[in-house]
Design a binder for this molecule. Structure first.
Ligand SMILES: Cc1cc2nc3c(=O)[nH]c(=O)nc-3n(C[C@H](O)[C@H](O)[C@H](O)COP(=O)(O)OP(=O)(O)OC[C@H]3O[C@@H](n4cnc5c(N)ncnc54)[C@H](O)[C@@H]3O)c2cc1C
Length: 388
């Protein structure tokens, strides 16, 4: 994909090229192998860490690169475009790193940010609950005080990477002592905390990162497990959710680009009539359309990252939702068309595109479904009334 002065700086273009080179050294086959072996892509993670890519968005004084979500999104997109995306970038440095850097205490920052930046520590993020789903106002994981400690109880579902993460940032609620109302709060829960149990969910996705159902049964946490102010929960939460949406867009655009690239290579050379199949417009046009849609989504992602990095949380919220929507749709269509372009080979292990059909659906569902984004735009942007 081309770079554009005024939209992408030379530094960003250079970062893109460098990450792409790392991605090419690993590629789809490497990632597929780690998934088959049921392990995390540690070698790629370590190499990306060594080059400073994992913590590129985190503050320099805590070992990060001092950049923003724009840079981290470039890292994820380019690794994905090479066929080897690192899903934990979405949660560990993007959500958890951002929330701790913006709202954590000095001790929390010292305890977590250098490790998140150099990749030696990882954090998962748990908000989804079985009985709340898309309606995160309905979550019931609740923290109550016990002396100076907190006791956290509840259930979470579909939380990625809990087995490899040193801790999970859990979205819970605390009870307002005066009104009894529940306020959202974020807690750092170490992987081996007593009362914190996980069971793996059998997903139909070929990926190194697994999803888990979590039970928190009176998990005792010290006072400093709470990140940020007890009364500023929502604001802090959204500070983490906007980067998550921007990073999911990057994940989807990377995957879409990867699939499109494979399809274009194939269409250039596969010949069953006089000309290669790519000469037939019925093959070429949908690929051109996929390219256009990915480019448009990428532009919206750059806008969202720019707004976020310049401190406009409200503007970033709308743009991040739109970017996630556009990228999820563009990815699903690009992968679908890529598989179709390869005919029978689209479904062989050798070409490795078939598994992406399932994987591409993730960006339509998580972290917020396309319908919830359409709801957001209907209500917040267009001012239409709400049905729920
Ligand atoms: C691979 C993967 C990884 C994930 N990783 C994490 C993670 O790390 N941490 C985490 O906390 N969660 C994670 N999730 C969970 C994800 O964020 C949720 O699946 C998502 O928010 C949707 O919630 P749900 O599955 O409960 O669907 P539901 O809320 O039950 O929705 C089901 C369907 O109903 C539609 N729907 C619901 N309400 C409305 C409405 N008002 N209007 C129109 N349509 C509606 C939805 O769009 C959807 O199509 C992950 C999910 C997947 C698949």
């Amino acid at each position: 994909m081309s770079t554009t002065p005024g939209i992408e700086s030379e530094e960003h273009a250079a970062l893109r090229a460098a990450v792409a080179a790392l991605g090419r050294r690993y590629g789809r086959e490497y990632l597929a192998r780690t998934a088959r072996e049921g392990r995390h892509p540690d070698e790629l993670w370590a190499d990306a860490a060594k080059l400073g890519y994992l913590g590129v968005n985190l503050p320099e004084e805590y070992g990060g690169g001092g950049g923003g979500i724009a840079e981290l999104a470039i890292v994820l997109e380019e690794l994905g475009a090479a066929g080897s995306p690192l899903l934990m970038l979405v949660v560990s440095p993007a959500i958890c790193g951002t929330v701790i850097a913006r709202f954590g205490t000095e001790e929390q920052k010292r305890a977590w940010l250098p490790g998140l930046a150099d990749g030696s520590r990882t954090m998962a993020f748990g908000i989804t609950e079985p009985d709340a789903g898309s309606n995160s106002h309905r979550i019931t994981t609740t923290a109550r005080r016990d002396g100076d400690d907190w006791l956290l109880s509840g259930r979470k579902v579909f939380v990625s990477g809990v087995d490899i993460a040193d801790a999970t940032l859990i979205v819970g609620r605390t009870e307002d002592a005066r009104t009894g109302a529940l306020k959202p709060c974020l807690f750092i829960v170490p992987r081996d905390a007593p009362g914190f149990t996980r069971s793996v969910i059998d997903m139909e996705i070929q990926a190194a990162e697994k999803q888990f159902e979590l039970v928190l049964d009176d998990v005792r946490l010290p006072a400093d497990a709470l990140v940020g102010e007890e009364d500023a929960g929502l604001l802090q939460l959204f500070a983490g959710l906007n980067p998550e949406r921007i990073m999911t867009a990057a994940f989807a655009i990377g995957m879409g680009r990867y699939a499109l690239g494979r399809a274009v290579d194939y269409a250039r050379t596969r010949q069953v009539w006089k000309e290669p199949i790519g000469a037939h417009q019925a093959v070429a046009h949908p690929l051109a359309q996929a390219h256009i849609e990915l480019e448009l989504a990428r532009l919206m992602m750059a806008k969202a990252a720019h707004l976020y990095d310049s401190g406009d949380d409200m503007g970033a919220g709308e743009a991040a939702n739109m970017a996630k929507y556009a990228a999820g749709e563009a990815c699903a269509r690009a992968v679908d068309q890529a598989v179709h372009t390869l005919g029978g080979n689209g479904l062989t292990r050798e070409y490795g595109l078939g598994a992406l059909v399932t994987a591409a659906r993730v960006a339509r569902i998580a972290p917020v479904s396309r319908e919830m984004i359409l709801n957001f735009v209907s209500h917040q942007t267009l001012g239409l009334p709400k049905s729920y």
